[in-house]
Design a protein around this ligand. Structure first.
Ligand code: ABC
Ligand code: CA
Length: 490
């Protein structure tokens, strides 16, 4: 079955949310802090134990997040992405409880572990009062694990096996039909794959997303498992939401991922991520591969990388600091999304130096950090957000200027995105390196501020800049005339 996109869009308008809803352009100037609702903050500031290996609910709530909005805003973020909000299957599976929120049972109820509907509305209101946006994670590809007819009966509204694809586990990720119509998971926990070819199901899901957005005044949705649903499902769903949509397409290949940028506002840019860690993990990492994948995405995604989300960590991948302890390399990786064309997303805990490995170890409770702000990476993140904001304020075209790579060598990478120039290196804390950047649009003699060290330099007579590093740290330059206040406060 295939609905034409135009018919889909026409149908969708009747469910569309209010015109005040946030669009892709409004999201582009923001930066997003991703939290796992269960792991970010306890209401009233508790510090209960949370053992990630147990895979159990640890007690984080919407009220907990509200209490910690100062922390997020102080880091410089003006949007948050929270876990899926709907009621999940209860009980304990081989892979624990549904504390992450991705195992829906009833899409018309909320996950009571995270709070009530009033609490979620209060979070949405509290964010909006600070001019911050709310992004909610949503899943349509599957419901929770289903092992028996009782499991199906407990689902709402898809309460019969016939609302799902016949059970078969995805084993061959190169077979797109399997990827779309078989089930995610394994023999122990298999996720019931919704029959998204059924028109009643399509209509139900579109009505559902329209009301969810309206009820909780959601500004954007992060859509889970996008590559597991036929592409022509998405335009209708996105239009029904009426807001910014960014899809998770977990794949390394830009050509594969590009197709999905034609059906949603953007993707979570896994191709960049795939090159990012290996590029910076050791001094033999391939920085040119990182530049190349970005150039490919700029050419092949519908609107280049603008409107997509870019991240260095998320809840499905081992944290970068679990792969190296070198703080200079970590700072390079943290900085990269902030000078990228995409919307920067920081996964909670990276700023606190968390080191968790594979799921579930990468889902640590943030309350155990004490939310300390006087910390090296916290300061790094604050500076990055402030520099990006200053760049946007200085130069209206910043958000539509594609990043360029005026220098790529074995160990250095220069990223130019006027008015910012970022210098990266993978030599590490004990390495020495230099950059010799030519071909910028800076006028000769322009005074530039290096935002991490607060030192100043002048652009040379040909518009170039040379820089030296003896500590492997990234460097980030902005014209000294830009409204960047951080150095004044130091
Ligand atoms: C649970 C356990 C895990 C256990 C797993 C089998 O079951 O916690 O320890 O390993 C949620 C929970 C998870 C839970 C899953 C499954 O549900 O958060 O803790 O895992 O029950 C999204 C979300 C994710 C969420 C789900 C499910 C989807 O972000 O948090 O997980 O709602 C696939 C999906 C992707 C999904 C991801 C977890 O699984 O496509 O949407 N993420 C290949 C495939 C990918 C696949 C990936 C991992 O494996 O291409 O599609 O992602 O299975 C490269 C190759 C890649 C390859 C990678 C691993 O290696 O080029 O193709 O990716 O070299
Ligand atoms: Ca599917």
């Amino acid at each position: 079955m295939s609905l034409s996109v135009s018919r889909a869009l026409a149908l969708a308008t009747c469910f569309a949310a209010s015109s005040l809803a946030a669009s892709v352009v409004e999201w582009q100037e923001r930066s997003i802090y991703q939290v796992l609702t269960d792991r970010f903050a306890l209401e009233g500031g508790g510090t209960a134990r949370c053992v990630t290996d147990d895979r159990k609910y640890c007690g984080g709530t919407y009220r907990g997040i509200i209490d910690k909005l100062d922390y997020i805003q102080n880091l410089g973020f003006d949007a948050i992405w929270i876990s899926p909000i709907v009621a999940n299957v209860g009980g304990f599976t081989t892979y624990g409880e549904a504390y992450h929120g991705y195992w829906a049972q009833d899409i018309y109820k909320l996950n009571s572990h995270f709070g009530s509907a009033d609490d979620l509305v209060a979070l949405s209101n509290a964010l909006h009062a600070r001019d911050m946006y709310l992004m909610v994670d949503v899943v349509v590809n599957h419901f929770g694990p289903a092992n028996s007819s009782a499991s199906f009966e407990s689902f709402n509204p898809f309460n019969k096996p016939s609302y799902f694809h016949p059970r078969c586990l995805i084993t061959n990720y190169n077979n797109q039909t399997d990827v779309e119509q078989c089930w995610l998971g394994d023999d122990k926990v298999a996720l019931a794959d919704v029959n998204t070819e059924n028109l009643w199901i399509v209509t139900t899901l579109n009505r559902w997303i329209a009301s969810l957005v309206k009820d909780y005044r959601i500004d954007g949705i992060r859509i889970d498992t996008v590559k597991h649903v036929r592409k022509d499902f998405w335009p209708l769903f996105a239009a029904a939401s009426g807001i910014y949509t960014v899809g998770e397409v977990f794949h390394s290949n830009t050509a594969y991922v590009a197709d999905y940028t034609y059906v949603l506002d953007g993707v979570l840019d896994y191709p960049t991520w795939y090159q990012l860690f290996p590029a910076f993990q050791t001094s033999t990492g391939n920085l040119s591969a990182l530049a190349e994948v970005i150039l490919k995405a700029q050419r092949s995604y519908k609107t280049g990388l603008f409107g997509s989300g870019v991240f260095s960590e998320n809840h499905d991948q081992p944290r970068f600091a679990s792969l190296t302890t070198d703080t200079a390399r970590i700072k390079n990786v943290i900085a990269f999304p902030f000078i990228h064309d995409g919307i920067p997303i920081l996964y909670y805990g990276q700023e606190q130096g968390y080191t968790g490995g594979n799921d579930p170890a990468n889902r640590e409770a943030l309350w155990l950090s004490g939310y300390v702000e006087e910390k090296e990476f916290v300061d790094h993140v604050k500076t990055l957000n402030a520099a990006r904001k200053a760049a946007i304020a200085t130069c209206a075209e910043y958000l539509v200027t594609p990043m360029e790579f005026p220098e790529v060598t074995a160990t250095t990478l220069a990223v130019y995105k006027h008015p910012l120039l970022a210098l990266f290196t993978n030599v590490g804390s004990h390495g020495t390196t230099s950059w010799d950047v030519q071909g910028t649009d800076y006028a000769p003699g322009t005074e530039l501020l290096e935002v991490f060290s607060c030192s100043k330099v002048y652009v040379d007579s040909t518009g170039g800049l040379t820089a030296l590093s003896t500590s492997g740290q990234p460097q980030l330059y902005i014209p000294a005339s830009a409204p960047f206040e951080h150095c004044k406060n130091r």
